[in-house]
Design a protein around this ligand. Structure first.
Ligand code: FAD
Length: 399
């Protein structure tokens, strides 16, 4: 289709990209981008990094207001879609109905609220409004406690520590970032954060939070006048579920990012799609996935290109002056081979699943390029080059 009405619900990274890519692909119909947050679509990654230090919000905007006018994208902000009427093909917000020929669900995630008493004493870090509030709170010296030793909790901890606050991180798992990195990297990041003076408590679920302290499972109390809740996220898939679409830890889509309803696609943090390498359902929380999904949907809708989505996933996290980059997707069970220069290769059996690096953009880019080729990346072939990706890159170019 190159005309008609496309409605996008959720004006975050992926929703914005879908609107922009539809125009780039030549869509000449109506595009309506609806988001429940105030203001222009913005990028979230700096919220736990540079923004906490600089407070410059304009730099976060994905595009200025003029872009939306110039591209005839109707941006509706501060409005929450509460129903999808599939029969009438309308997205509904109270009395207002937005008719569509195609609907893109790009509703992202929200903070997971584990069953811990006293969460009303915690603050979130998901939106620009959250980050602005945290910045204000960090203006005075604080005892900061962070619930969750994942990317966002650790990025925040690093900034808070750099700004001179006392920081404790409480992580329920026995190691940091356990879901996404190898034990080797967990250990290195633990040492780095401890070296900065952060008190890291591992294997310690937070039992409750009270005014002025968090209480750990072993009964120990940590005084804190600022408690960040960073214990993971949940997909915003209720809208899809209520409309009768399949939902399983996110909105279920096929390899083309289409739901079972041919008039509805889903993308980004809220979408569960078949991992092109394993066929297993996967939901990725990354800018790359949201952007690449959006581009793929735009190509399919406008040009009819229905190739299965197959982009190599990649992730990054900035903690103090360490840039962690991951090419590929590993599970916590995958084995790890550490190279002398610090890069870590993960394997599922014989198959390379991910390459983890710290401050090593070259290896990261090599891994991303290589994983996008059909060069067999087995433990054997990699061991033969001493886990150096360079020779395999040459082989890939020669194919
Ligand atoms: C603090 C922080 C740091 C991060 N750092 C990184 C990083 O370093 N690297 C990285 O790759 N990723 C990072 N991420 C993750 C990244 O921001 C997300 O993966 C990305 O934004 C996903 O895009 P999305 O469009 O799927 O969802 P979002 O960008 O979250 O957008 C979804 C939007 O939909 C809105 N919405 C939900 N329901 C409705 C409704 N019913 N009606 C209207 N609007 C609705 C939401 O309010 C939200 O604005 C970070 C996220 C956070 C919060």
């Amino acid at each position: 289709m190159d005309s008609g009405r496309i409605v996008i619900v959720g004006a975050g990274q992926g929703g914005f990209q879908a609107a922009a890519s539809l125009r780039q692909e030549g869509f000449i119909g109506e595009i309506t981008l609806i988001g429940d947050e105030a203001g222009l679509p913005y990028q979230r990654p700096p919220l736990s990094k540079a923004y906490l230090k600089t407070g410059v919000a304009d730099e976060l905007e994905l595009r200025p207001a003029a872009f939306f006018d110039a591209n005839a994208i109707t941006l509706v902000h501060g409005l929450r879609i509460d129903t999808i009427d599939r029969e009438a093909r309308e997205a509904v917000a109270g009395e207002t109905r937005f008719p569509y020929d195609h609907l893109v669900i790009a509703t992202g995630t929200r903070n997971l609220r584990p069953p811990i008493a006293g969460l009303e004493h915690t603050v979130d870090l998901r939106t620009l409004a959250d980050a602005a509030r945290l910045r204000d709170l960090l203006a005075a010296p604080r005892r900061v406690a962070v619930i969750g030793g994942g990317f966002i909790g650790l990025e925040f901890a690093a900034v808070a520590r750099t700004l001179g606050h006392d920081v404790t991180v409480a992580e329920a798992a026995p190691r940091l970032m356990a879901r996404v990195v190898s034990p080797e990297l967990s250990q290195r990041f633990l040492a780095m954060h401890q070296g900065m003076g952060t008190d890291v408590r591992l294997g310690q679920p937070v039992a409750r939070v009270r005014e002025g302290a968090i209480v750990l499972a072993d009964g120990s109390e940590i005084a804190a006048d600022l408690v960040l809740l960073a214990a993971g996220v949940r997909p915003n898939s209720e809208l899809a579920e209520a409309a009768g679409l399949a939902v399983a830890n996110g909105v279920v889509v096929d390899a083309q990012l289409a739901t079972a309803d041919p008039a509805i696609s889903a993308l980004g943090d809220c979408a569960v799609f078949p991992d092109p390498r394993t066929g297993r359902p996967v939901r990725l929380e990354s800018v790359q996935a949201a952007v690449d999904h959006a581009r793929a949907i735009a190509r399919r809708l406008v040009k009819g290109v229905a190739d299965p989505y197959a982009a190599v996933p990649w992730f990054w996290s900035d903690q103090a002056d360490w840039k962690l980059q991951i090419a590929g997707l590993a599970t916590p069970e995958d084995t790890a081979v550490g190279r002398e220069d610090g890069a870590v290769l993960r394997f599922d059996g014989d198959r390379l699943t991910a390459v983890e690096t710290i401050n090593d953009a070259r290896t990261h880019m090599q891994a991303r390029r290589l994983m996008a080729t059909d060069v067999p990346l087995t433990r054997e072939t990699l061991a033969a080059s001493d886990y150096d990706l360079g020779p395999l890159m040459k082989a890939a170019r020669g194919r």
